[in-house]
Write a new protein. Structure first.
Length: 304
C-alpha cells in the first residue's frame, strides 16, 4: 500500500500534467518526486507514469491507481477533520472530580490559574469523597480526579500535587484542649466525629491508627468537613480534619489543635487519571498548575 504523501503526489501529477510542477506543489524537489514515483511503481509492481519532454502522463494502471488514491486521500482528509473536531471538543471542556478538601481549598486557585491560559475552556467540577472520585475516573466520567487517600486504586496512575496534614481538633472547652498531648491509643479508642466511609481523611486516619488498636466507631458520621467542623465547634466531640479546612478556626480560637504523641498525620494529595493515559489538553494544563501553584498548609505539628 503506497504511503499517503506518495498518493497525494501522484494525484498532483495527474492534475498538473508535470512531475516538476507536482513536486513544487507538494514541497519537494523533482529528483525527490521521481524517487517517490519509482518507490510506488516498485511496491505496486506496475508502471504509473509515462515521461516525455512535454511532461508526464498516467499509464492505464496509473489512471486506475489515481481513482483509488483520490478516495483514500478524501477519506484521510475527512478523518483528519474529525480528529481535529474531537480535539476542539476536548479543549473546550474539562470534567474534574475532586475530594471535598481539594475542591474547597485548592481547586479554586488552580482553576483561576488555568483560566489565564485557557479562557474559553469550560470546567465542570463534582466534589465527592476520594473513593467516589476514583470510581468516576475509572468509569471515564471525568478527565481528571483529585484524591486525598493514602493509596491509589488499581487502574489509575497518580501524581502528588500537594502536601497536607491531618489535625486532631476539639472545642476550647473540651478536656483534650487543656492537655499538652494525647497518646495514639487514646485517639484510637475515642469516639470521634468522622466523615463517611470512603473519605480520604478517614482512610488515612484508620491506617495510621491500625498499629494502636484501630479506629473506634464514630460518635457522629457526617458528609463533609464543614459539617464535621461545625459539630466540633459546638462541643459534640473531637475530630480529625485537614489543616486546610481548620486553619482559620485555629487562628480564631474557635478550635484547638490537639497534639498526638508519636503520630505522623502528614499526607499527600494526588491527581489521578486512567493508567497508561497521560492527561492531555486542559487536563494536562490543570495538572501542571496544581503541581506548581499549590500552597503548603500552616505549621505542622512534629511527631512526639
Amino acid at each position: 500500500m503506497p504511503d499517503l504523501p506518495n498518493l497525494e503526489l501522484l494525484l498532483a501529477v495527474a492534475r498538473l500534467g508535470s512531475l516538476g510542477r507536482a513536486a513544487r506543489e507538494v514541497g519537494i524537489s523533482q529528483p525527490g518526486a521521481s524517487a517517490r514515483v519509482r518507490v510506488m511503481e516498485t511496491r505496486i509492481g506496475v508502471g504509473l507514469l509515462e515521461r516525455s519532454p512535454n511532461g508526464s502522463r498516467l499509464t492505464r494502471a496509473g489512471v486506475l491507481v489515481c481513482g483509488w488514491a483520490a478516495r483514500v486521500v478524501e477519506a484521510a482528509e475527512s478523518m483528519d477533520a474529525g480528529i481535529e473536531s474531537l480535539r476542539g471538543e476536548r479543549d473546550d471542556r474539562l470534567r474534574v472530580a475532586a475530594s471535598l478538601t481539594v475542591a474547597e481549598h485548592l481547586l479554586p486557585g488552580w482553576m483561576v490559574a488555568l483560566r489565564g491560559d485557557r479562557p474559553d475552556t469550560v470546567v465542570s467540577l463534582s466534589a465527592d469523597n476520594s473513593r467516589a472520585v476514583a470510581e468516576k475516573v475509572l468509569r471515564g466520567e471525568v478527565d481528571l480526579g483529585f484524591v486525598e487517600s493514602d493509596t491509589v486504586p488499581p487502574g489509575l496512575d497518580a501524581a502528588v500535587v500537594a502536601r497536607d496534614e491531618l489535625v486532631v481538633v476539639a472545642a476550647p472547652n473540651h478536656a483534650w484542649a487543656r492537655r499538652s498531648r494525647v497518646r495514639p491509643e487514646e485517639l484510637a479508642a475515642a469516639r470521634l466525629i468522622l466523615r463517611e466511609a470512603g473519605s480520604g481523611a478517614r482512610q488515612v486516619l484508620a491506617g495510621v491508627l491500625e498499629p494502636h488498636g484501630g479506629l473506634a466507631g464514630p460518635l457522629l458520621e457526617l458528609p463533609s468537613s464543614t459539617a464535621v467542623k461545625a459539630a466540633v465547634v459546638v462541643g459534640a466531640g473531637p475530630a480529625v480534619l485537614s489543616r486546610l479546612a481548620v486553619e482559620e478556626d485555629l487562628q480564631a480560637r474557635r478550635l484547638v489543635a490537639v497534639r498526638v504523641a508519636g503520630l505522623d498525620l502528614r499526607r499527600s494529595l494526588r491527581a489521578v487519571w486512567p493508567a497508561g493515559q497521560r492527561p492531555q489538553g486542559p487536563a494536562r494544563d490543570l495538572l501542571s498548575k496544581a503541581r506548581t501553584t499549590s500552597r503548603t498548609p500552616g505549621p505542622r505539628s512534629a511527631p512526639r
